[in-house]
Design a protein around this ligand. Structure first.
Ligand SMILES: Cc1cc2nc3c(=O)[nH]c(=O)nc-3n(C[C@H](O)[C@H](O)[C@H](O)COP(=O)(O)OP(=O)(O)OC[C@H]3O[C@@H](n4cnc5c(N)ncnc54)[C@H](O)[C@@H]3O)c2cc1C
Length: 309
């Protein structure tokens, strides 16, 4: 119920206006978002790198309604990749892109536009010495996203995929994508999906996550376990040992500001850990989705919004 309310608020203009105009809300934003500008994202990546963590950077901007917006998003990524190169961080940092932000759902030629713009970002990333992961969005885009991923991998084989454990189809997708050089991020899944395509029960999602982990570790790809769930991280550790894989042949991923101590603990234990770093001024929807996942953070939001500071 609370989760649905927060997800509804994430798309409410009035609530967004209130949050944006309260300077104290910035405290909360700063925990989960690097900042509005390219320089903020580069600085956050440098700090993470100094702490022994890798990063993947997401330019915030979803509901793309026209070609110009999609092109602006691609330009923001290219500007970021150039700045990353200048900062000497491309060995430690990659980018995560959303195909809908690049025009996938535009009525005319969306698939072609998203593929072309994603290709431009992949080309710049390759030129700068890094790579791209294609985030997965709601189930209506799964097939087109995987199709574009396959095309991108022809020229840029290290382009990362994302599979969502809550989808019934994902175990089979894990098998399909487990080939040498294939980078696959496994997540639980962040969208509200119907029972016809996705497990609704939290426990079933976790069971599916474990099954997918086992498939990925048994395969020849490079699994990226993106979860904050302590139980799943523990199970990942046992499955890694069972699979005989060495550290560096898989990685853990977490969001900026979520369980930072655990990120450092894993890195100190020799694990490869990558932090997902969002930046850009479209932070409102992203922040509300993080709150929906963890209503415990609501106290923090309430204090921010009611403060006069
Ligand atoms: C790097 C990364 C990339 C992602 N990319 C995508 C994507 O492309 N597509 C997509 O659909 N989703 C993506 N997600 C989101 C993902 O699908 C989940 O919605 C999100 O990660 C929450 O699920 P969880 O696995 O962390 O576990 P949850 O079920 O949310 O939480 C399980 C447990 O983890 C711990 N925990 C969780 N959050 C916190 C917190 N804030 N503080 C302390 N403990 C906490 C608690 O013990 C909690 O009980 C991504 C997530 C990450 C980390």
């Amino acid at each position: 119920m609370l989760r649905s309310t927060l997800l509804a608020l994430s798309r409410n203009d009035k609530a967004e206006h209130i949050a944006r105009n309260n300077p104290a809300a910035r405290t909360l934003v700063n925990r989960f978002v690097a900042g509005n500008e390219v320089a903020d994202a580069v600085r956050t990546c440098a700090e993470l790198s100094a702490a022994g963590l890798l990063a993947t950077v997401d330019y915030l901007g979803e509901d793309t309604t026209d070609l110009a917006m999609a092109k602006r998003t691609a330009a923001a990524y290219i500007e970021f990749l150039v700045a990353l190169g200048e900062a000497g961080l491309t060995q430690r940092v990659e980018v995560s892109i959303k195909l809908t932000a690049l025009g996938l759902t535009l009525p005319a030629d969306g698939t072609r536009i998203a593929k072309e713009l994603a290709g431009e970002i992949c080309a710049k990333a390759a030129e700068m010495g890094t790579t791209v992961t294609v985030d997965m969005e709601d189930h209506t885009t799964t097939d087109s996203t995987l199709e574009i991923l396959r095309d991108l991998r022809e020229d840029f084989p290290s382009t990362g995929a994302v599979l969502q454990a809550y989808l019934h189809r994902s175990q089979a997708d894990c098998v399909d994508l487990s080939y040498p050089g294939s980078r696959i991020r496994l997540v639980k899944g962040a969208y509200r999906e119907p029972a016809s395509v996705a497990f609704q029960d939290k426990h079933q999602v976790d069971v599916s996550y474990v099954r997918c982990m086992a498939v990925l570790l048994a395969g020849s790809g490079f699994p990226m376990f993106a979860t904050h769930d302590p139980r799943l991280i523990e199970i990942a550790g046992s499955l890694v040992v069972k699979s005989g894989r060495e550290q560096g042949t898989y990685e853990y991923q977490m969001l900026l500001g979520v369980r930072p101590d655990e990120q450092l603990r894993l890195a100190a234990a020799g694990e490869q850990v990558r932090v997902y770093v969002p930046f850009g001024d479209q932070w409102y929807g992203y922040l509300m989705r993080r709150l929906a996942e963890r209503p415990a953070n609501l106290g923090l939001l309430a204090r921010s919004l009611t403060s006069k500071g």
